[in-house]
Design a protein around this ligand. Structure first.
Ligand code: MN
Length: 354
């Protein structure tokens, strides 16, 4: 979907510095999606102190939303650059159209990944049949070497796999030990080492999920609470007590509540997820630390202010001004309505946030 904040800040995002070896709890902020009966989303990325987890750079969690009350999702054509969008639903249905000519219905359990590359535009509207809308919108930053690829759209079903008590659906990238198995990884294109997966547990259930130690991870809670436990690194566990439980090291276990994002630093070979007396549903997002400074503003990702300003100029001239339907962002066919104009650029260039 689109970032519909009226005055989006330009975020200069240097690579995040990991300050902790422990689980860090990131709380969401409410952001209205705009429109007269605005849907609110809960944004956990980007936020102060944490702008990326691997290449994941944007996480909006929304619903369950009573569409009769909120009007559901109506996001007119808008642009993206330098990123991929991942649409993942728990309930409801969204109709996607984009400037590559893709027209697809987004449904629960199916991944819809749009690679914006050098530029794309798309619209997203919940279908008339949708009574409740509930899902996440995620963005993946493209590394410099891939960020100017031609845009394309992919739609794929996911296959549930059982890990201990958990049912896991990998919707992007792969989990360790399962990457070579086409049933256990996702077929959609990614441009840096990463994983995106849904993990569900029944009430009282528990699972140990193997992780790639080179990845940092986030656990985004749709249904909770969930107890998250990571094993301590070898040097931390060596506390002189000999047989101490490495999982008992302080800070390596946290209980995450609904819509919180737990950050797990790199260096861990697995995570234990434990449900209390209610079922659990989380998204596990991970990847190698991104390591590139990016500039995020509105729906664009670039590498500096001038580049983002030029993306905005082209969107306003080519699409809003209707000067060039074959420009960078093309045209969304079949959408009944006008495209979204870009907000004004901020007058102040922000300094990198540390
Ligand atoms: Mn979008």
């Amino acid at each position: 979907m689109s970032n519909l904040e009226k005055e989006p800040l330009e975020l200069v995002c240097p690579p995040d510095a990991t300050r902790t070896l422990a689980v860090q709890v990131l709380t969401p902020r409410e952001v209205p999606l705009g429109g007269p009966r605005a849907m609110n989303v809960r944004r956990t990325l980007p936020q102060r102190g944490r702008t990326t987890i691997g290449a994941w750079c944007f996480a909006d969690h929304y619903g369950p939303d009573d569409v009769a009350a909120t009007g559901g999702m109506v996001v007119p054509p808008h642009p993206h650059t330098g990123l991929q969008t991942v649409s993942w639903l728990f309930e409801g249905e969204i109709e996607h159209r984009d400037s590559t000519g893709s027209h697809e219905l987004v449904r629960p359990g199916e991944v819809n990944l749009m690679t914006a590359g050098r530029g794309i535009s798309h619209s997203e509207v919940s279908t008339p049949e949708t009574a409740r809308l509930h899902g996440v919108q995620l963005w993946v930053a493209l590394p410099d070497a891939s960020r100017n690829v031609l845009p394309f759209f992919e739609h794929a079903e996911t296959t549930p796999i059982a890990i201990d008590d958990a049912t896991v659906r990998v919707f992007a990238g792969s989990l360790p030990g399962a990457g070579h198995d086409p049933d256990h990884g996702s077929s959609v294109a990614v441009f840096s080492p990463l994983v995106g997966a849904q993990v569900e547990l029944p009430a009282g259930g528990e699972a140990w999920i193997d992780l790639d130690p080179a990845f940092e991870h986030g656990v985004l809670v749709d249904r909770g609470p969930v107890r998250v436990t990571i094993a301590a690194l070898d040097d931390e566990a060596d506390d002189g007590t000999g047989g101490a439980d490495p999982l008992a090291v302080a800070g390596h276990a946290e209980t995450l509540e609904w819509s919180e994002l737990g950050y797990l630093p790199a260096g861990h070979e697995g995570v234990r997820l434990t449900a209390a007396d209610a079922p659990v549903r989380v998204l596990l997002l991970g990847g190698e630390p991104f390591g590139e400074e990016i500039v995020m503003w509105w729906n664009f990702i670039g590498r500096n202010h001038e580049e983002v300003a030029e993306f905005r100029r082209q969107w306003q001239a080519d699409v809003i001004g209707r000067d060039n339907p074959d420009g960078r962002f093309g045209t969304v066919g079949g959408y009944d309505g006008a495209a979204l104009p870009a907000p004004e650029l901020p007058t102040v260039r922000l300094k990198p946030r540390h």
